[in-house]
Design a protein around this ligand. Sequence first.
Ligand code: PSU
Ligand code: MN
Length: 309
Amino acid sequence: MHQYLQLSPEVAAARASGKPVVALESTIISHGMPYPQNVTTAQEVEHIIRDAGAVPATIAIIEGKICVGLTSEQLELLGTSPDAMKVSRRDLPYVLARRRLGATTVAATMICAHLAGIQVFVTGGIGGVHRGAATSFDISADLQELARTDVAVVCAGVKSILDIGLTLEYLETQGVPVISVGQPGFPAFFTRDSGFMADFQLDTALEQASFIQTKWALGLRGGVVVSNPVPELFAMPKEEIDRITDQALLEAANGGVSGKAVTPFLLNRIKQLTEGRSLMTNIALVKHNALVGAELAVAMRDLPGMKPI
Ligand code: PSU
Ligand code: MN
């Protein structure tokens, strides 16, 4: 066991007995949603994963440890602490060494999940190439992590605050396969249609698991994006989200927002400008991803020869 890892009793028992485990990130709790919906959603998502026969492992950095599997007090702490740091690959050593409270992004959660031997990770949306990246160089560390760390990431695509086309180009260059579930198109988080195709449509957990197993069996390191569109009933009107996204982007540019603050700023403004309607969409899609991720983790466990390499 890695010296910085601290598995909850439930996660430790699952790992010891070979039960499927699903990792969950914590930036979505600290920076992605307001209190108390952030904490109730985190709890509901864990419930969905348990009901589907897997064990949830929400990941955060607490008191100098990578905690894998959190108590309800720890979830509450992350959901209410304004000083919880957003932790990506770059920030992990600082937060651990300084014993700060850290909420892990997709990149950092992938690193921690891999250290704990967890192969499936569920989130809402991944980071990507920002619009204007040709001059700002703003490309999320999530994409490099997907290129190198062997974890499958179930998400609802990427938000249109990003340049979705360039994000997909970057993933292609890095050899990261983008799977879609239930439709050929790559989803755009709040909406089901981004205008771009995923690389491969694989509708069942078994098909997804065997794709992922084959990738890793070939020694092709790195993650897989499993993009699962928001359920139709909860999707937002495209015109509305486009208009609000443009306004949020303009405000970020005018306000000189930069670095790791960009994504939380845009997420927060979209939430405010939609008067909370986007929050309902966000919650619904994360729950749906939890089900797909749990089924994938169960299928990975059941496939013969599915062992970490
Ligand atoms: N996109 C979302 N919701 C989120 C994030 C991104 O739709 O909560 C969070 C995730 O934790 C993601 C991080 O890993 O933001 C990316 O931040 P950055 O763009 O600074 O790499
Ligand atoms: Mn960035």
